[in-house]
Design a protein. Structure first.
Length: 74
């Protein structure tokens, strides 16, 4: 992130976008933690489509770095 802090709002907006694409799912759980004021906890689940997309992205990056070759002195 180039030394910048990521805000909680930016993180959740990104996760919500991934959920809208079907790559993630939110599961709501009732809160038993008084500090949450009764607000449900959201558990994040990666869908099968999300696993496939992450795997495909990983393969693209691996091929890219393999083609790039070593950087700097050997």
């Amino acid at each position: 992130n180039a030394g910048r802090r990521v805000t909680r709002g930016a993180l959740y907006r990104t996760l919500d976008r991934l959920a809208k694409k079907g790559l993630l799912e939110w599961e709501l759980e009732p809160s038993s933690v008084p500090e949450r004021g009764g607000h449900p906890m959201r558990r994040l689940l990666v869908t099968e489509e999300g696993v496939a997309a992450a795997s495909a992205s990983r393969e693209v990056l691996l091929r890219y770095f393999e083609a790039l070759g070593p950087i700097g002195p050997a």
